[in-house]
Design a protein around this ligand. Sequence first.
Ligand code: NI
Length: 197
Amino acid sequence: MSRSIRVLVLIAIFAAALGVSFGTVLWLFPVGKSLVTQPSTVGGPFRLVDQDGVTVTEQDFKGKPFLVFFGFTHCPDVCPAALFEVSEILRAMDKDGDKVGALFITVDPERDTPEKMKDYLQSFDPRLRGLSGSTEDLEKVAKAYRVYYKKVPLADNDYTMDHTALVYLMDKDGRFVAPFNIKRPPEQAAADMRRYL
Ligand code: NI
C-alpha cells in the first residue's frame, strides 16, 4: 500500500473506533501530508484553570507526554466513557502515570466551573486535570486543537454540546503525535503511552 493509502486506512480505523465522521478526520489530517515530519498543526499555547483552581498552561507539560480531550460534565455517554478509559490507562501505567498528563478540557465553560469539575472528577483517576476558563480561553484552545463544539438547545431551556471526541496524544515537547486509541485493553494503551516517556 502506498503511504497515503495506509494513512487513509489508519484514519478510517480511528474514525470508526472513535465514532467521528470520516469528513471531520480528513479535515483534521489532510491526506498527503505526513503526520510525522510536518510541523504540528494541532495544539499550542493555552492558559486554563484546573478543578483545584490552579492555573495550567502547556508549559506545565514540558518533558511530559500528555493526552488531551475535550468534553463537558453533562455529557451523557461519550465523555464519561472516555474519562473512565483514560483512568484505566493511568491505573495500568501505575507509577509511570505520574510522568504523563491527562487533560479533560470543557467545551461548556458556562456550566463547568472548577467546582463542578472537581465534583465530577471524583469518580475518576485523581491525576486527571479538568480544565475550564472563560468562553474566550476555551475558544482559543479549541481552535488550536481544531476541536469542533456547538451548543444544541434541548427542551425546557436546557442544552447539550456537540463536540469532537478525539483524544490527542502530545509528545514531551508539546507536539501532536496522533489521535490516541483508548478503545483497547488499558495495558496495551499504557504500553503505547510509555513509549513517549
Ligand atoms: Ni461528550
